[in-house]
Write a protein that binds this ligand. Structure first.
Ligand SMILES: C=C(C[SeH])C(=O)N1CCC[C@H]1C(=O)O
Ligand SMILES: [Zn+2]
Length: 597
């Protein structure tokens, strides 16, 4: 914690921090019981614990403010006071806070419980998102089957939640205003501790848009050729049910239909894992071993005993992956419905990144046990996954035949990675641009659904398979909308992870600017103690220092800068531009007509 003068102030924060730690542990244990066994009883118990703690949390934050500790000359104590004086929705009256918790947890329960009817066997209405519907969206190449699952899911996971969503918006704004923010949008923005956050975000988006437009044009033409122009118009919005993902947020699952060099074999990591009889546990052991190879923290025994890493047969859990910090004795856990395939190999590493961050900053004061920028927490696991998914690493661990790719295979791999990392950016941007507009009352409530699809079309050039209107309500069909999880953290993470990757590849001697054999997409930081110690130093700080300070020490940058991402994909951009010119591919799209008022 802070050193230096003001011993009585440091004692105050020590005592308050310990009480806050106990309350957080209690809260997360109750939330864990609900998330790992979705029953009304557990939902109500979770709400009761959160509501009880809210009274204490509010009192503690008000005590810090009345003591005016923010005026202290000591920068560390000043930052402690700023963080300890913070409060969110807990500023609401007990009645309003209960109503808000009820609205959000009801959306979460609906999402977790939604089941859809099978396309092939309409009497079977027991299909869940994970694994059944997600598997169909990834692997079916039948537009009618895909449209069936798309409609089933949005109609059942989205529309019935409209009233809960409206209540959640109203009370989020009420809480923000009580905290002297103009709306919940400004409350979300202030978490980035950047006075120009929205401007910087727009600048980053504009910087990556040219690459996205080339990629979108290429994919649209390939899909139009495969499915025919009646299903995919060569110059309109891409029907999103054909893109391999329920929300159109990543398109890598349809790589077989669109890869640049079809005759170049792809490493089918999923098939290889099955052949080698990989267990779910093995995926976690791979990630654990990677972090240890960097000299970073190993997973504690309790992680293996208390985590829920496979979908239980006897009860409903919230399958959406999450990592949990229980604020005591390195009690950290993951809850997810893991399957043995490349998608979950990535998700496991993403979640283990959160766990690593929890372990690295656990000695910090309670209020500093977090990331100083929300994008950092979502980038930790992803940056490891960039190394793990490289041909070099997959060869090292025996999942791929060769370590170095020829030029055509390299373009294929860069293309596949761009279907995750570049495609994701306009999606993430829209998820919160939309919610900002709703919070700011810039969209009339009767237009909430059409505006959502108009923004998805404007920024991503995708559209629903069928026309949607305002008696539908689709946004809560995405987990983070139902669960009140802010989403620009993932946008920021997709930029930061390439800045982290470039810094650690340099430290690992895997990247040399200008060297064709030491490029960012062929870098694997595995076993690099230099990279690991720099990463550990960055993570150990938690939220104790401003994000630009710790970022500068780690990467030399002081901003969220897309330069490293653009350098990683530069060979692909050059190839796409030339290919689209040769094939006379139309670039760009108009507004969707799949919305009716
Ligand atoms: C894996 C998680 C849990 Se923090 C997640 O929600 N992610 C990871 C990447 C994007 C986002 C999503 O699934 O929408
Ligand atoms: Zn995450």
């Amino acid at each position: 914690t802070c050193s230096g003068d003001f011993p009585e102030v440091r004692d105050f924060f020590q005592r308050e921090g310990e009480l806050l730690r106990q309350r957080r542990r209690e809260e997360f244990l109750a939330a864990w019981d609900y998330n790992t066994n979705v029953t009304e009883e557990n939902r109500l118990n979770m709400i009761a614990v959160s509501a009880r703690n809210a009274v204490e949390n509010l009192k503690a934050s008000q005590l810090v403010r009345t003591k005016k500790y923010k005026e202290l000359p000591d920068p560390c104590l000043k930052r402690l006071a700023e963080y300890a004086g913070e409060i969110g929705a807990e500023i609401l009256s007990s009645e309003d806070f209960n109503t808000m918790l009820n609205a959000v947890s009801s959306m979460q329960s609906n999402y977790a419980n939604t089941k859809v009817c099978s396309y092939k066997d309409p009497k079977d209405c027991s299909l869940t998102l994970e694994p059944h519907v997600q598997e169909r969206l990834s692997n079916s190449r039948d537009p009618k089957e895909l449209a069936h699952y798309w409609k089933e899911w949005y109609d059942k996971a989205g529309t019935p939640m409209r009233d809960n969503f409206a209540k959640y918006i109203e009370l989020s704004n009420k809480a923000a205003k009580l905290n002297n923010f103009t709306s919940a949008a400004e409350y979300w923005v202030h978490m980035y501790e950047d006075p120009d956050f929205e401007k910087n975000l727009d600048d980053v988006f504009q910087a990556i848009l040219p690459l996205y437009r080339e990629l979108h044009g290429y994919v649209r033409q390939r899909l139009s050729r495969h499915y025919g122009e009646e299903i995919v118009s060569p110059n309109g919005n891409i029907p999103m049910h054909l893109l391999g993902n329920m929300w159109g947020q990543q398109w890598d699952e349809i790589i077989d239909l669109i890869k640049p060099f079809p005759n170049k074999p792809f490493v089918d990591v999923t098939a290889e894992m099955e052949k080698q009889q990989y267990s779910v546990r093995k995926l976690f052991e791979l990630g654990d071993e990677f972090f240890q190879s960097l000299g970073m923290s190993a997973l504690p025994e309790s992680f293996w005993n208390l985590s829920v890493i496979e979908k239980p047969k006897d009860r409903t859990i919230v399958c959406h992956a999450s990592a949990w910090d229980f604020y005591q004795d390195n009690d950290v856990r993951i809850k997810m419905c893991t399957e043995v395939d490349t998608h979950y190999l990535y998700v496991v590493h993403h979640e283990l990144g959160h766990i690593q961050y929890y372990l690295q900053y656990e000695k910090q004061p309670t209020v500093f046990r977090g990331a100083p920028n929300p994008g950092f927490h979502e980038a930790v696991g992803d940056v490891i996954a960039l190394s793990v998914s490289s041909a070099k690493h997959l060869n090292t661990i025996g999942l791929a035949p060769q370590a170095e790719l020829d030029e055509e295979s390299r373009i294929n791999e860069l293309f596949r990675t761009s279907l995750k990392k570049i495609v994701f950016l306009p999606f993430a941007y829209t998820m919160d641009k939309y919610r900002y507009a709703v919070f700011r009352n810039e969209i009339d409530e009767h237009n909430w659904n059409c505006a959502f699809w108009q923004m998805r079309s404007e920024y991503s050039g995708i559209e629903p398979p069928i026309s949607r209107n305002d008696s539908d309500f689709d946004p809560p069909a995405k987990y983070h909308v139902s669960a009140d999880v802010e989403y620009l953290r993932y946008f920021a993470a997709h930029i930061f992870q390439f800045q982290f990757h470039k810094a650690m590849c340099s430290k690992a001697g895997q990247y040399v600017k200008g060297d064709a054999h030491q490029t960012l997409d062929n870098c694997d930081i595995y076993k690099s103690k230099e990279a690991g110690s720099a990463f550990s130093h960055f993570l150990t700080a938690g939220a104790s220092r401003h994000w630009t300070e710790v970022l500068k020490e780690f990467t030399g940058d002081t901003t969220m800068d897309p330069a490293a991402l653009l350098e990683y994909f530069e060979p692909l951009r050059v190839w796409l531009k030339e290919e689209n010119r040769k094939e006379k591919v139309k670039i760009g799209w108009g507004l969707t007509d799949k919305v009716s008022h």
